[in-house]
Design a protein around this ligand. Structure first.
Ligand code: NAG
Ligand code: NAG
Ligand code: NAG
Ligand code: NAG
Ligand code: NAG
Length: 357
C-alpha cells in the first residue's frame, strides 16, 4: 500500500512540475535552424566534417568547462533565446534517437542548426547540414508530430511555438573573402540569395510555423578574420555593406510573407545595427577589445582558429569576439536580450517578448 501511495504521489508531483514548467515557459517549444551561431552540437555527429567545436578552448566558460560543439567560450544564440523564453535549450536533432516515434522528444523543441551552413546547398557542401536539409529533417519531425497528435492539435502546438532562423553569415563571409575580378556588387550578391531563402521560409510556414524569429547578419567585415586582412585593421567594407543589404532584403521578404499569410508573425533582429553599437561605443557595453579575437594565434588572433594549441584571453566578457568568426557568450547574451525586449531599428516589427505573448 505504502509503496503504491508513494508511487502515486511521485506521479502527482511529476505532473505538477510539468504544469509549472509549462506555466513558466512562454512558448511550448523552440525549433532552431541555422549556422554555427546557433549550433548546439549537431556537427559533432558529422563524421567527415572539420567544422567542429567540440574541443578546447571552446566551452571554457560553459558549465563544467565542457566543449559541447558550440562555437563559443560558453552559451550561444540558441541558449539565450531559450533562456529568455523560459524553456530548456532545444537539443541537437542528430543527438536524438533516429526515426523516433516518441513525440515527446520533439514537442519541447529541436535544434537543426549546423556550423558552416548557408542558404545555398553549395556553401560548405559536405561539411554541414545545409538549410534545405535542415528543413527536410524538420519535415520528418512534423510528420511524426501530426501522426501522433492529429492535424488540429499539431497545428495548435506548432502555431504557438517559436521558429528561430540564423542564416546568411557564411555566404556573406565567402563573398567578402573573395578576390575574384568578376565579383558581383554587394546588392547583386544579396539579390542572388533571396529567392532561395524565400522558398525555404515558405516551406517552413507550410510545415506549421507561424511565429518566426530571424536573426540577421552582423557586420561581417568586422570579424577578426576579415579585419586582419586589411592593412589598416579596419573592417572590410564590402562585407559590411553586403550585410546591411542582406538584412534589408530579409526584412522586406518577411514583411511580404506577413502580407500574404495573415496568421504569420515575426521578429527580425538587425544584428549589424546592434553589433555596430558595441564596436563604436565598447565601454558603454562593457567591452574593452573590439578588434582582436579572444582565442586564436597571430595578428588579432585571427590567423589560426581556436584550437587546443591557441591561446585565449583571461577575461572573455571584455571581448566582442571569441574566435576569428564568432562572438563571445557575453556578446550573444546582450544581442539576444535586445532581440527579446528591444525596439526598432534593432528589432522589429515586434520583439520576441511581444511575438511570444
Ligand atoms: C514509427 O511509426 C511508423 C508508423 O506507425 C512505423 O512504420 C515505424 O516503423 C515506426 N518507427 C519506429 C522507429 O518505431
Ligand atoms: C519519450 O521521450 C521522453 C522525453 O525524452 C522520455 O522521458 C520518455 O521516457 C520516452 N518514452 C519512451 C516510450 O521512450
Ligand atoms: C538542395 O537540396 C535539396 C534537398 O535537401 C534539394 O531539394 C534541392 O534541389 C537542392 N538544391 C540545389 C540547387 O541543388
Ligand atoms: C580597409 O580599411 C579602410 C579604412 O581604413 C577601408 O577604407 C577599406 O575599404 C578597407 N579595405 C577593404 C578591403 O575593405
Ligand atoms: C572582465 O571584463 C568585464 C567587462 O569588461 C568587467 O566588468 C570585469 O570587471 C572584468 N573582470 C576582471 C576580473 O577583470
Amino acid at each position: 500500500m505504502a509503496s503504491i501511495r508513494t508511487y502515486n504521489s511521485a506521479i502527482r508531483i511529476t505532473i505538477i512540475l510539468l504544469l509549472l514548467k509549462d506555466a513558466l515557459g512562454m512558448v511550448p517549444a523552440v525549433y532552431v535552424f541555422g549556422d554555427s551561431l546557433a549550433d548546439v552540437g549537431n556537427n559533432n555527429h558529422l563524421q567527415l566534417s572539420l567544422l567542429k567545436a567540440n574541443y578546447p578552448h571552446n566551452g571554457v566558460d560553459y558549465p563544467g568547462r565542457k566543449a559541447t560543439g558550440r562555437f563559443s567560450n560558453g552559451k550561444n544564440f540558441a541558449d539565450f533565446l531559450a533562456q529568455n523564453l523560459g524553456v530548456e535549450t532545444s537539443p541537437p536533432y542528430l543527438s536524438l534517437p533516429s526515426k523516433s516515434n516518441n513525440t515527446s522528444v520533439y514537442l519541447t523543441g529541436v535544434n537543426f542548426a549546423s556550423g558552416g551552413a548557408g542558404i545555398l546547398n553549395t556553401t560548405n557542401s559536405g561539411a554541414c547540414i545545409w538549410f534545405d536539409q535542415q528543413i527536410d529533417y524538420y519535415s520528418a519531425v512534423y510528420g511524426v508530430i501530426v501522426q501522433q497528435l492529429g492535424t488540429t492539435q499539431a497545428q495548435d502546438h506548432l502555431s504557438k511555438s517559436v521558429f528561430a532562423i540564423v542564416i546568411g553569415s557564411n555566404e556573406l563571409l565567402n563573398y567578402a573573402k573573395s578576390n575574384s575580378a568578376s565579383k558581383a556588387s554587394p546588392q547583386q550578391f544579396v539579390d542572388s540569395l533571396i529567392p532561395t531563402l524565400q522558398g525555404q521560409l515558405k516551406r517552413i510556414y507550410n510545415l506549421g510555423a507561424r511565429k518566426f524569429v530571424f536573426i540577421g547578419t552582423g557586420p561581417i567585415g568586422c570579424c577578426p578574420a576579415l579585419r586582419e586582412q586589411n592593412k589598416t585593421k579596419e573592417c572590410n567594407a564590402e562585407g559590411n555593406s553586403a550585410s546591411v543589404l542582406y538584412n534589408k532584403a530579409v526584412s522586406s521578404l518577411l514583411n511580404e510573407m506577413r502580407t500574404q499569410y495573415s496568421d504569420m508573425s515575426y521578429s527580425f533582429l538587425d544584428t549589424s545595427i546592434v553589433l555596430n553599437q558595441y564596436i563604436q561605443q565598447p565601454s558603454a557595453y562593457g567591452f574593452t577589445e573590439v578588434k582582436s579575437a579572444c582565442c586564436g594565434l597571430g595578428d588579432l588572433k585571427a590567423k589560426v582558429a581556436c584550437l587546443p594549441v591557441s591561446t585565449y584571453c583571461s577575461n572573455r566578457s571584455s571581448h566582442i569576439f571569441w574566435d576569428f568568426y564568432h562572438p563571445t557568450e557575453a556578446t550573444a547574451r546582450m544581442v539576444v536580450a535586445t532581440a527579446f525586449d528591444g525596439s526598432a531599428p534593432s528589432v522589429y516589427p515586434v520583439n520576441i517578448l511581444q511575438l511570444a505573448s
